[in-house]
Design a protein around this ligand. Structure first.
Ligand code: ZN
Length: 220
């Protein structure tokens, strides 16, 4: 795949930044696309832009504000609480988000002469989002190829990794410190190690601690 070009769906968070480093190892050319859907934290777009700039990656920000018009949710509205009740989809879920994001990313990729799409979706952490599942990605891959008569390949390097393994991958790519210090995962908009309190911070922190403990165990 070294001679080919990829477009990475990029939010400036831990997962998609790890995917960006993964793609840089795999492909001759890499571009990033970020979706602006009136995120609660505008900082997310700025973080994504500055990471892309620092890595010298062409970056497109696409306006997806219509998504918020259709489905206001906890990621875009400060009056909706971020919560995850047992047996229900989290309040951060937006119907059709990955379907729409990946479809628009595919249109962009084809325009840019790229047939590889990279996304950081993951089935392992049980977020419960139906459009993060492997079966959905495979189904969409077929649909996109038929829709545009083009041989897309959707790559999901994190699909079967837990958070500790995602940190391990970042480390193997030589990007652990970069990902740790420069990305934004926190629902409260705090860069790097975050607020420490929200579900995203807890997941990220637990994974990092687990990985560091394993690494220490392996060395010591
Ligand atoms: Zn947080």
């Amino acid at each position: 795949m070294k001679k080919e070009k990829a477009v990475v769906v990029f939010s400036g968070g831990q997962d998609s930044t790890t995917c960006l480093f993964w793609a840089l190892k795999q492909f001759a050319e890499v571009e990033a696309v970020t979706f602006d859907y009136n995120q609660r934290h505008r900082l997310e777009i700025e973080v994504a832009s500055s990471i892309a700039e620092e890595l010298g990656i062409p970056h497109t920000v696409l306006d997806m504000s219509l998504l918020n018009q259709l489905a206001p949710n906890a990621l875009t509205r400060s009056d909706i609480v971020i919560e995850h009740k047992e047996g229900e989809l989290p309040s951060t879920f937006v119907d059709g988000r990955n379907l729409l994001f990946l479809s628009f990313a595919a249109v962009l990729a084809k325009q840019k002469g790229a047939r590889h799409l990279v996304t950081g979706v993951c089935e392992t952490d049980f977020s419960g989002y139906p459009d993060c599942r492997d079966i959905f990605i495979k189904s969409l891959n077929v649909t996109l190829n038929l829709a545009m008569d083009y041989q897309f390949v959707i790559h999901t390097p994190l699909m079967w990794l837990n958070k500790a393994e995602t940190w391990k991958l970042a480390d193997e790519l030589g990007a652990l410190e970069f990902v740790r210090m420069k990305t934004l995962t926190c629902y409260n908009g705090v860069i790097a190690d975050g607020c420490g309190e929200c579900p995203a911070c807890k997941l990220r922190k637990r994974g990092l601690e687990q990985y560091m403990a394993e690494k220490k165990g392996a060395i010591g």
